[in-house]
Design a protein around this ligand. Structure first.
Ligand SMILES: [Zn+2]
Length: 254
């Protein structure tokens, strides 16, 4: 496989010196159980795929974007009792992110796009704090499964190891997906308190909510659905990257 110039891990110092990157794309995933049929690295595979494909599309339109390696551990404070779900606390994430942004600020790289691939991660407050600290680096974030409306692609609701995630993995890494006959149903419990189901929020204790760690029935998943969804996601994200690369951070409003 030839080196891709928009993937930092495949790129040399000589190429980086010449490239003058405008946007660094930092994918951030998680390492956690995904029902009985998907691997622990599911969110990271999805991050790697979406970041690389969106960057390729943007690069081919002349955007100077580069994907740095995916950070593989996410916030899993609700899954501490699930074996080898690796938790990074939000404050640890902030410390990591601060060091990354400091590097960009020192080296004059003007923009960061943080691509989140895990429901337990929420980087907006981190970016507010770091934007005040590092005004020369424009900070933005998006969560990959919210970039396009999933209901146009998938029938079953869910938010973990569900029809959406399973379909994506059937397209990205089919050899790592166990037969769907081995998957649990992804049945999940809801909060007893109505407000917590409707408009209030509290963290869910995952092992009390679901027996198989999944939330959402994966039974109707197909590689074709995954390919269609991923095409829509990466196309939309690439348009953002092209605009972001060309944008003047001092002139963003109209
Ligand atoms: Zn996932």
């Amino acid at each position: 496989m030839p080196a891709r110039p928009y993937i930092l891990a495949e790129t040399t110092w000589q190429a980086v010196k010449a490239a003058a990157f405008e946007v660094v794309i930092l994918p951030w995933g998680a390492t956690e159980a995904h029902n009985y049929h998907l691997p622990y690295g599911t969110d990271n595979y999805q991050c790697d795929y979406v970041a690389a494909e969106a960057a390729r599309l943007a690069w081919e339109q002349g955007a100077k974007v580069v994907v740095v390696p995916t950070i593989p551990f996410g916030v899993n404070t609700g899954q501490l009792d699930i074996t080898l779900d690796i938790n990074l606390n939000p404050s640890t994430q902030l410390a990591i992110l601060r060091d990354v942004v400091r590097v960009l600020a020192r080296q004059g790289i003007p923009k960061l796009m943080l691509l989140n691939g895990h429901g337990g991660n929420d980087f907006r407050q981190h970016l507010r704090e770091l934007q005040a600290e590092f005004p020369t680096v424009f900070l933005s974030t998006a969560t990959l499964f919210r970039i396009v409306d999933r209901s146009q692609f998938f029938d079953a609701p869910g938010d973990h190891a569900d029809e959406m995630e399973t379909s994506m993995m059937l397209h990205i890494a089919p050899d790592l997906v166990r037969p769907l006959s081995e998957a649990g149903s992804g049945a999940s419990k809801q909060f007893r308190i109505r407000a917590l189901r409707e408009w209030a929020w509290a963290q869910r204790e995952w092992s009390q909510v679901t027996a198989d760690t999944g939330v959402g029935d994966p039974a109707a998943s197909t590689a074709e659905k995954g390919a269609d969804f991923l095409r829509a996601v990466t196309t939309e994200l690439s348009k953002f990257l092209v605009e972001l690369a060309a944008a003047d951070p001092q002139d963003l409003y109209e």
